[in-house]
Design a protein around this ligand. Structure first.
Ligand code: HEM
Length: 430
């Protein structure tokens, strides 16, 4: 499955507000040093750039060098739709939520431009080196992101970016999609608000965990003075090549995503249609992230037959009960009515799941494993696709007694950016 670029916009679409990557990277140097100026202050940008040099920090783009060889088979950052949603799932994830500390819309635009430029460069394998005479380990990693890392960086906007405590900080309240309402409280919820929500989310995925680490570190560093990290979640999936990964309960997780493999079905279930919702969300999607703790000890005391009845699928092959192969069609009458698959299917809506397992040591009070699934799904509508499904599962799912949800967030992922543009640009045109 390759990332496609339908209706891909080109440089010809650049408008007067477009800017060169070089300009943005200069702005990033400023943001990183906690100094923020408007787009018009280019004279001072140049001045700061020379002080950047004087400090021994040299960004390759600030020299008159040719851009480095770009990874040919990297997953492209630019495109009509953001990567990291419909593109194949990588093995490692760093998911970060940021809160804006600046309340100026120009600074919001500025950080989105900076993040776009950095994400595009790092994804393409263009080096982002900081050298101060000696090669630093971190810098080496950043400057050598290879295409095999399959890096993607995906952005989303939370409800509070539009309106927080009744205050319209950025003049964006009228652009807030109704879909950004919180997920209603569910049985089994034990939410920590500090690990939920946030103004902006960034999902970084890669097959190389150190690449994902350095990319999120870099994106956080360049936002200094404009945004702060609110929470971060690290996740992994198993990497058996070409196979559906197994979750921590040992079952294949993601099998039914095959029903969303075609672009046509993603258009029907994942990508927001231009006729629905605010215009800036066309070709975007809504992201739900829920951190679900899984009771490993209780699960291990449950027999295999019972475990399989709980999911409605066989543990080894992943086949639906009564069938042979993982991708055989599910026959509803052959699986228990309170099984996870029966209930999820019975709602009749489809969502694209892209979840990651997590493990965070031992809970000090109980000695139990602090582990589970950082559930992520993408859908056209949270209210009509996700919430009905979750409501049914939370009440009746035979899996629910093994789960406890500790965080919940909803983000609106805007469409992809075109070269010369920036992520979320359409939001400011309304
Ligand atoms: C820790 C929590 C969860 C675990 C361990 C889990 C695990 C699984 C597994 C093993 C499957 C069967 C294989 C597959 O098609 O992927 C599955 C299917 C599915 N799950 Fe979950 N799941 C969890 C939470 C959720 C939540 C919160 C939702 C949405 C509200 C959800 C929605 C679905 C859907 C839609 C399917 C596909 C059903 C079908 O059409 O066959 N799951 N899940």
């Amino acid at each position: 499955m390759k990332h496609t670029h339908e209706n891909e916009r080109t440089n010809e679409n650049r408008d007067e507000s477009s800017y060169s990557r070089r300009e943005v990277l200069k702005m990033a140097a400023l943001a990183g040093s906690g100094i923020v100026v408007g787009m018009s202050g280019m004279a001072s940008l140049f001045a700061i750039n020379s002080s950047f040099k004087a400090n021994g920090l040299v960004h390759p783009e600030s020299e008159d060098t040719q851009p480095e060889e770009v990874n040919k088979d990297a997953i492209p950052f630019y495109g009509a739709r953001q990567a990291g949603i419909g593109t194949p799932q990588q093995m490692y994830m760093y998911f970060a939520a940021f809160d804006m500390i600046s309340e100026e819309v120009e600074k919001l635009k500025q950080i989105l431009k900076i993040w776009t430029a950095y994400s595009a460069d790092m994804t393409a394998g263009r080096g982002l080196r900081e050298t101060n005479g000696q090669q630093q380990m971190n810098s080496v990693r950043e400057s050598s992101i290879s295409s095999s890392a399959k890096l993607t960086v995906t952005f989303g906007f939370g409800s509070t970016l539009f309106i927080r405590n009744g205050i319209d900080r950025f003049g964006l309240a009228s652009q807030r999609p109704d879909e950004l309402n919180d997920i209603p409280s569910m049985p089994g919820d034990s939410l920590n608000p500090q690990n939920s929500g946030g103004d902006i989310c960034i999902q970084v995925c890669s097959n190389d965990p150190t690449v994902a680490f350095h990319v999120i570190r870099k994106l956080a560093a360049v936002s200094s003075g404009i945004a702060v990290l609110r929470w971060i979640q690290i996740g992994f999936i198993d990497g058996s090549d070409g196979q559906t990964p197994r979750n921590l309960f040992g079952f294949r997780d993601g099998t039914a995503n095959i029903e969303l493999a075609s672009e046509k079905s993603k258009k029907n279930h994942v990508w927001v249609d231009s006729s629905k919702g605010p215009a800036w969300m066309a070709n975007g999607t809504y992201l739900v992230a829920r951190k679900v703790r899984m009771d490993m000890e209780k699960w291990e005391q449950t027999s295999l037959i019972k475990q399989e009845a709980i999911f409605g699928r066989l543990k080894n092959s992943g086949a639906p009960l009564g069938k042979q192969d993982e991708f055989d069609v599910v026959t509803m009458r052959e699986i228990p009515r309170n099984s996870h698959v029966w209930l999820a299917r019975s709602v009749g809506t489809k969502i694209l799941r892209r979840s990651y397992s997590y493990f965070e040591g031992i809970a000090p009070m109980t000695g139990h494993l602090n582990a589970g699934l950082f559930f992520i799904s993408f859908q056209q509508s949270v209210h009509t696709q996700f919430v009905p499904m979750l409501s049914l599962l939370a009440k009746f799912d035979a899996l629910s007694p093994f789960l406890s949800t500790v965080s919940s967030s909803v983000f609106a992922c805007p469409p992809g950016a075109s070269e010369g543009g920036f992520i979320g640009e359409e939001l400011f045109k309304g």
